[in-house]
Design a protein. Structure first.
Length: 247
């Protein structure tokens, strides 16, 4: 059993915006085996790893520039783990606070990235062909009219009802939409508002696991692809199992 929380005003108090723990029970007896009091760390890492896995299979052959929307914990971890699958070191980061953006730039530059900061989403859409969105926004940040062809977007911010980071038209125009769970994303992922509004009736949704098991996809140079990641219980179960098997 996993408990996770997100309190976005916590940084002003000097504490993390994410927290949580995993409780592991014996499935035969119901006895509590262990408490993994990770304070949200395992959730943060597995979300970032999922972003790297998606980039491995869906990113353009040549990534010219990486766009990061947000400058919080997930914005840091997503970029950190992308280092394992991409050669690109040019990054444009978008945020609402210049101070937070400067802090982000200082920290992530240590990983060998050449980071520019901006407060204009249009710049990222126009210059980056791999974009990762990591905010809790309830309104679109990236718009279809600004995007270049051949872009891949990994959307991880919209993980509860009401959140949205992408313009509906991006989803309608996408050549491929990949999700971690079709059922889950339809109810509270990036696609949920468009899906409930019957705007994606002609779009085929493919789960990440299907792409991995089939060995990947053939991506055309001008394809627009979107990955909607909400986080699934399988990840948390496997993390807990791995830790218990190695302690």
């Amino acid at each position: 059993m996993k408990i996770a929380s997100g309190f976005y005003k916590n940084p002003a108090l000097g504490i993390s915006s994410s927290n949580g723990l995993n409780l592991v029970f014996n499935q035969k007896t119901g006895v509590l085996e262990t408490i993994l009091l990770d304070e949200g760390y395992l959730t943060d890492v597995r979300t970032a790893v999922a972003g790297a896995v998606v980039a491995k299979y869906l990113a353009p052959d040549t990534v010219k520039s990486i766009g990061i929307i947000g400058c919080g914990i997930q914005a840091r971890l997503q970029l950190k783990y992308l280092k394992n699958v991409l050669n690109c070191t040019k990054v444009i980061a978008l945020g609402r606070s210049k101070d937070k953006l400067l802090s982000y730039k200082e920290e992530m530059s240590k990983y060998g990235y050449d980071i520019e900061i901006t407060m204009e989403s249009r710049r990222i859409a126009q210059e980056c062909n791999l974009i990762v969105t990591t905010t809790p926004s309830k309104d679109p940040i990236i718009f279809a009219d600004d995007l270049q062809t051949g872009v891949h977007i990994t959307a991880v911010g919209a993980d509860t009802i009401g959140k949205q980071e992408l313009d509906y038209t991006i989803l309608q125009n996408a050549n491929l939409i990949v999700v971690d769970s079709i059922k889950q994303c339809q109810t509270h992922g990036e696609i949920h508002k468009a899906f409930q509004g019957n705007l994606l009736v002609n779009q085929n949704l493919i789960e990440v696991g299907e792409i991995i098991s089939s060995g990947g996809i053939h991506r055309k140079s001008d394809d627009i692809t979107v990955a909607d990641l909400t986080g699934i219980a399988t990840q948390d179960i496997q993390i807990s199992k791995f830790i218990l098997d190695n302690i």
